[in-house]
Design a protein around this ligand. Structure first.
Ligand SMILES: NC(=O)C1=CN([C@@H]2O[C@H](COP(=O)(O)OP(=O)(O)OC[C@H]3O[C@@H](n4cnc5c(N)ncnc54)[C@H](OP(=O)(O)O)[C@@H]3O)[C@@H](O)[C@H]2O)C=CC1
Ligand SMILES: CC(C)(CO)C(=O)C(=O)O
Length: 357
């Protein structure tokens, strides 16, 4: 299948390599000069030679194209958006003219960016798929080599419009990305694990990140009993919002277990601490102003707070984390955040109506 991936960062490169190794024709399209430039230059020089290091072995493939020409996405059957979610809106606006009828657009992770698709694109002939989280935990280890930390055993996604699922299911299944289809796209948007785990974990880690100058692994040490109580309170606020939107309550640890283990009899919290303790886990966050806070507070928590206000659901921990994170970073994260106004209330309504069908 012809696939275009927008975003040549950790996740974009990992999934591009994975899909190319599975025999797909993959175009990796770089959308900015913000980061991973050395890796991009290497890929251009070697005409797309890239390796995945996983479970002690390295597999190498050649991507079909590596380019900054975003119009190339028009040639693809499946387009995957894999940039940090802070840049979704600007990127979707920029590439809107290139989408073509019949394409499937996967947003990974989604965080409700289907609303931006509706805001800027003619979506009549498109199918939009939002993922809860990156399919693969990964880092670019050196130019041309991506290290896999963990591969989700299930990747829950929501599809818009829902009626298109049967039409596109065979193409999505052919990606062999362990996709499972949720009843509601809202669940995929709000079960982004990083909205809970990164925000509480990174804010509570601020002194350790600074003291160790980045020689720090958040998952290995921050989730002590008191921090866990904060996480559970934030999680409750997220579930209150989901419930007010007509979705079922699902705790963070259960959503995490569903993605990370095929053994449904295990205890959710036990699965989380098993996942957190993995030795293959990348260090991080290595600076305070990194995407753990700078992405997941404005894109996740500001959106949660905005939904809570609209639905009359109290979100005091969400509020407090946004305040603390803003003071720590020295800027107002609400100003750069995802709100109902920015997503467009009419777009949100279309998505909610579709979820309720
Ligand atoms: N990596 C992981 O293990 C996991 C990642 N995620 C989520 O997946 C998404 C992608 O993660 P990952 O690939 O690691 O992220 P990266 O930090 O590697 O960034 C991805 C891409 O985002 C774009 N980007 C970053 N900063 C800017 C900027 N200032 N201006 C414009 N574009 C920018 C760049 O796109 P380009 O290359 O096109 O210039 C960059 O390569 C994120 O939302 C992340 O939270 C979730 C779980 C695990
Ligand atoms: C790899 C992992 C799980 C670390 O939090 C992640 O979510 C990320 O890098 O965004």
């Amino acid at each position: 299948m012809k696939i275009a991936i927008l975003g040549a960062g950790n996740g974009g490169c990992a999934v591009a390599t994975d899909l190319s190794l599975k025999g797909h024709q993959v175009s990796l399209l770089k959308t900015s000069n913000s980061m991973h430039n050395e890796n991009y230059d290497y890929l251009v020089e070697t005409k797309g030679l890239i390796s995945l290091f996983e479970d002690g072995r390295t597999r190498t493939t050649r991507l079909y194209q590596v380019s900054k020409d975003l119009s190339l996405l028009a040639e693809a059957e499946v387009v995957i958006i894999y940039v940090q979610t802070n840049y979704h809106e600007a990127l979707i606006q920029r590439v809107a003219p290139y989408f073509k009828e019949g394409q499937i657009v996967i947003i990974n992770p989604g965080y409700f960016s289907t609303a931006y698709m509706l805001k800027y694109c003619d979506c009549a002939g498109l199918t939009i798929v939002e993922a809860e989280s990156s399919f693969i935990d990964c880092r670019i280890a050196e130019p041309g080599i991506v290290k896999v930390g963990f591969r989700n055993v299930r990747n829950p996604v929501g599809v818009y419009p829902k009626q298109n699922l049967e039409k596109v299911r065979s193409k999505l299944d052919a990606l062999d990305c362990r996709l499972v289809y949720l009843d509601s796209l809202l669940e995929a948007s709000l079960h982004n694990p990083n909205m809970i785990v990164h925000t509480v974990g990174a804010v509570m880690s601020i002194p350790r990140i600074e003291k160790t100058q980045g020689d720090y692994c958040m998952y290995h040490e921050v989730f002590t009993p008191s921090v866990w109580r904060i996480l559970e309170q934030l999680d409750k606020e997220k579930m209150d919002v989901l419930e007010a939107l007509g979705c079922k309550r699902m705790p963070y640890v259960e959503a995490c277990k569903y993605r990370n283990s095929l053994d449904d009899t295990r205890d959710g919290k036990e699965v989380f601490f098993w996942y957190a303790a993995m030795p293959t886990r990348a260090k991080g966050p290595i600076v305070v102003d990194s995407r753990y806070i700078a992405e997941d507070v404005p894109q996740g928590l500001v959106m949660l707070e905005s939904l809570g206000k609209k639905l009359n659901v109290a979100t005091p921990v969400t509020f407090s984390l946004i305040e603390l994170a803003s003071y720590a970073l020295g800027r107002d994260l609400r100003k750069e955040g995802r709100t109902l106004e920015g997503l467009g209330e009419e777009n949100i309504k279309k998505i909610l109506d579709d979820c309720l069908i």
